[in-house]
Design a protein around this ligand. Structure first.
Ligand SMILES: Cc1ncc(COP(=O)(O)O)c(C=O)c1O
Length: 465
């Protein structure tokens, strides 16, 4: 378990009140003690004002009767597992099944009559498109939404259904970048307004309304949050939370969580500007962003919150627990925050911690991969290349002498070749307990058969996923 102190970056100004090694934050949650933050003036970056808490409050008034307040539910499972008082902000329960309607609606609602007349456009492979479709149908604004051909049919259908007759869905191009280029071309040629998924102060202000709701909902229960933990893709949600909570509740720690395979905000903070990541693991699709935004980076850099990187396998373990224990369908990005608190101590025991469960648009066909990745992460499923001697009885010997009584073969791919002495087989083995792995390796070593472990990082491993 990595301790919180090892993960966080503490601002040079010493802004953060206290971040102790998996232990106490030094002030009671109800007693804000960071006046330096509370009095922080409006931040200007390169001559541009960053959004403020008033912008978020204005967005909240705009959204109130349309987007609705998402519920805040206690999580007995995560509370028992972490020793914290854990609450889940259920953004998956919106009509668009994510928080994305907030930023999109706030932006489109703020357009001038002329801009509305010209219509809007965006590119998205998922939740943002649903948010824009929802906003445009409610506000009576035409939209052209570009989706890459890889977008599953179910998502295309949802976007079209949410948008109704005012929304044209164009499925073209192989990647998100192709769709984005087409959207920008349309904007150039027709004057349509581009609705950015995260890199716009109006989007950021809309997403920040999540933070205002959390404060109100907990206050109604006589509680104050010590930390709000949120997923980070392009950084819109994190920037919105930082904007509003740093001014209205500066005693709250806002913690950002990125997928380990796409930690683009941490890279931007380290480089001092948004940078393009070379390789990205796209599994946590909502949050697998190659480059964060300029606006979002500016806001996050102004606050330098702790950022955690969570392995994709742990996200899968948490998705399964949410599904099987809590009856919640979370998409990978939606499970990032609650996955993070399982392995990182974000606050002192007993503290009230809110995890933003940001979305629930999960395609059911993905669960096979989710189960696979979860088992690998927990050390229960392993893959090997086994060089079987091409002689009778070799396989029987492997089964009798190498496999333990509880070990299960889940994959066996072997092609017998008559002109060789050995034939390689790809073998997947599932264990009952992670501690069964070392004895299995020992028996493999003693068997005399050449066995090579297929590491999860090897290209071969991707073939079995
Ligand atoms: C469900 C979900 N969670 C988190 C994110 C990341 O959001 P942001 O770009 O605001 O950081 C997204 C982005 O699409 C998302 O769809």
């Amino acid at each position: 378990m990595t301790t919180f102190l090892e993960q966080v970056k503490i601002a040079p100004s010493g802004r953060r009140c206290a971040l102790l090694r998996g232990a106490a934050l030094t002030r009671p949650p109800s007693a804000p003690t960071c006046p330096a933050v509370a009095r922080r003036p409006r931040t200007r970056v390169q001559g541009v004002d960053l959004p403020t808490a008033s912008d978020v409050e204005h967005a909240a008034r705009t959204l109130r009767d349309v987007v609705g307040t998402s519920p805040l539910h206690p999580s007995p499972r995560l509370s028992a597992a972490t020793g914290l008082d854990v609450w889940l902000k259920r953004e998956d329960l919106h009509e668009v099944r994510s928080y994305k309607g907030r930023g999109a609606y706030n932006l489109v609602a703020g357009l001038s009559p002329e801009e509305r007349e010209r219509g809007v456009t965006c590119a998205s492979a998922g939740n943002h498109a649903q948010g824009v479709a929802f906003a445009c149908s409610r506000l009576g604004v035409r939209a052209t939404i570009f989706l890459p051909r890889t977008t599953p049919r179910q998502k295309r259908a949802r976007i079209a259904a949410l948008g109704g007759p005012l929304v044209e869905v164009v499925v073209d191009g192989d990647t998100y970048d192709d769709a984005d280029q087409q959207s920008r071309e349309l904007a150039r040629s027709t004057g349509a307004v581009v609705v950015p998924a995260f890199d716009d102060p109006r989007t950021i202000a809309g997403q920040g309304t999540v933070g205002l709701e959390v404060l109100d909902q907990l206050a109604a229960l006589g509680r104050t949050p010590t930390a709000v933990v949120a997923p980070v893709g392009g950084g819109g949600l994190l920037a919105g939370l930082l904007t509003v909570l740093s001014e209205r509740a500066p005693y709250v720690d806002v913690v950002g969580v990125e997928p380990a395979g796409a930690a683009s905000m941490a890279a931007a903070l380290a480089a001092g500007a948004p940078v393009e990541l070379g390789a990205v693991d796209s599994f946590v699709d909502g949050a697998a962003v190659r480059r964060v935004g300029d606006w979002t980076h500016a806001v996050v850099a102004a606050h330098r919150p702790p950022l955690l990187a969570v392995p994709e396998g742990l996200v899968c373990v948490e998705m399964l627990d949410l599904y099987q224990s809590d009856g919640i369908i979370a998409e990978p990005a939606g499970a990032l925050a609650s996955a993070a608190i399982r392995e990182h101590a974000v606050a002192a025991p007993g503290s009230t911690v809110v995890c933003v469960l940001s979305g629930g648009n999960n395609d059911v066909s993905r669960y096979a991969e989710v189960v696979e990745r979860a088992l690998v992460h927990e050390g229960l499923r392993h893959y090997f290349l086994v060089e079987f001697p091409q002689e009778p009885g070799a396989l029987r010997m492997f089964l009798d002498d190498v496999l333990g009584p509880d070990d299960d073969i889940v994959l066996f791919e072997y092609v017998k070749r008559s002109n060789r002495e050995t034939g390689p087989a790809l073998v997947g083995i599932e264990l009952q307990r992670p501690t069964d792995y070392a004895p299995l390796l020992e028996r493999m070593g003693a068997s005399g058969i050449r066995v090579q472990v297929v590491e999860p990082t090897s290209p071969l491993f991707r073939m079995v996923q």
